[in-house]
Design a protein around this ligand. Structure first.
Ligand code: SF4
Length: 383
């Protein structure tokens, strides 16, 4: 390990970027890989509110005293380490922001000198950035071991805060991150929700509390999709999380898992789909899993559900409630809103054209719905 203070900040940023890839680069979903901007770790990302921005993603330090089995900057790995001071990170980000290279910052860190000390440095960098007038997007990581007061300070500065749970069960966490404790990781997420609910956001940079998220490493600790989706449901219920990120495991060289098989990215994709269906469509994890531990990889979870339950028992479009309408493939929440509005206004859906006008993807939906007791006929099916 070494820390070279003579290298220029941009070189340090490039050096830390490789390590930072262990973090999920996205806020909503990643729309492309790193930009070619001199190979800086700047990503197109969709952030809360649906805005697409260029996000600089960095660690404050790639020194870490923990030894997570999957991590490219674990303590036991012999590699070059890079550390920014809070001032240096703030300067660098604001410089890149001023020249238009990036529009937002995702700032995390390895743990050096304990969670409390590391969190203080992250907060210091964020304070400098806000004090210098930056009003854009800032995502701050909460370090394991941080104190409640620090969590609140971070919340006053950020648009989003997150803490990585890494694995959904104590056993899968022990397999990949033996120094981490599931309860201790969960606690700051509860504090965030408790603060949002019980304390006025006075003193926060924009008069609002930030949203929160977490990340799981998919495929490293023997966890099932049932474990992941069950925990995601619990997190939404108990901690009001806006997002759960599913980061596909890829073995990193020089780690105990370097010989392990990489996880299939399709698994994470299906988990994102299922999570979205649970969050926005009111599905329960069990409805999508149907007694299995893993979601099928070859079919989208909503279509899989519909083939089991709706082929024989299609949904009557002129009578069904919101819950049942949302279970039809090819119909999303906005379309359901339009269908219910039309029905409330006295309109009756009678034809494929009516369905199309309301936004129904008829080739996808036609096997699973009835219009006044009859199946509709479409010219082509897309599945
Ligand atoms: S805490 Fe674990 S995952 Fe995070 S930087 Fe350190 S070794 Fe890597």
């Amino acid at each position: 390990m070494c820390y070279n203070s003579s290298v220029d900040s941009l070189q340090k940023l490039k050096a830390v970027s490789l390590a930072a890839r262990m973090e999920d680069p996205e806020e909503g979903r990643q729309t492309s890989g790193p930009l070619t901007c001199d190979n800086l770790p700047i990503f197109n990302a969709v952030v809360s509110g649906g805005r697409n921005i260029r996000l600089l993603k960095s660690l404050l330090t790639s020194v870490c005293e923990n030894n997570c089995a999957y991590c490219g900057i674990r303590w036991a790995k012999d590699s070059r380490r890079v550390t920014f001071s809070p001032d240096e990170m703030a300067d660098l980000f604001l410089r890149l922001h001023r020249v238009g290279a990036c529009e937002g910052l995702f700032l995390s860190s390895g743990i050096a000198g304990g969670g409390v000390r590391t969190q203080d440095k992250l907060i210091a960098a964020a304070e400098i950035i806000r004090r210098r007038g930056y009003k854009g997007y800032l995502h701050l990581k909460i370090m394991p071991g941080s104190e409640r007061e620090q969590v609140m300070q971070a919340m006053r500065l950020a648009n989003r805060v997150s803490i990585n749970l890494e694995a959904p069960t104590a056993a899968s966490l022990a397999a990949i991150a033996p120094k981490k404790n599931a309860d201790a990781l969960f606690e700051p997420l509860r504090w965030i929700e408790e603060i949002r609910r019980s304390i006025e956001p006075r003193g926060s940079w924009n008069g609002r509390w930030p949203s929160s998220s977490t990340q799981f490493v998919v495929g490293a600790g023997g966890e099932s999709d049932r474990d992941l989706l069950g925990m995601a449901q619990r997190l939404r219920r108990e901690a009001g999380l806006a997002r759960v990120h599913y980061s596909t495991f890829e073995p990193a060289e020089g780690t105990p898992l370097e010989e392990a098989s990489p996880e299939n990215p399709q698994r994470s994709f299906r988990l994102y789909q299922a999570d979205f269906l649970i969050r926005d469509y009111g599905f329960d994890a069990e409805e999508l899993l149907q007694g299995r531990d893993r979601l099928p990889l070859h079919i989208d979870p909503k279509l899989s559900y519909a083939r089991i339950f709706l082929l024989e028992d299609p949904v009557e479009i002129n009578r069904a409630d919101r819950r049942d309408l949302l279970r039809i493939p090819g119909i999303g929440p906005r379309t359901v809103g339009r269908i219910l509005d039309a029905r409330r206004g006295g309109s009756r859906i009678r034809s494929v054209e009516d369905l199309k006008r309301l936004g129904v993807n008829t080739p996808r939906a036609s096997d699973f719905l009835l219009v006044d007791g009859r199946k509709i006929v479409t010219q082509m099916r897309l599945f």
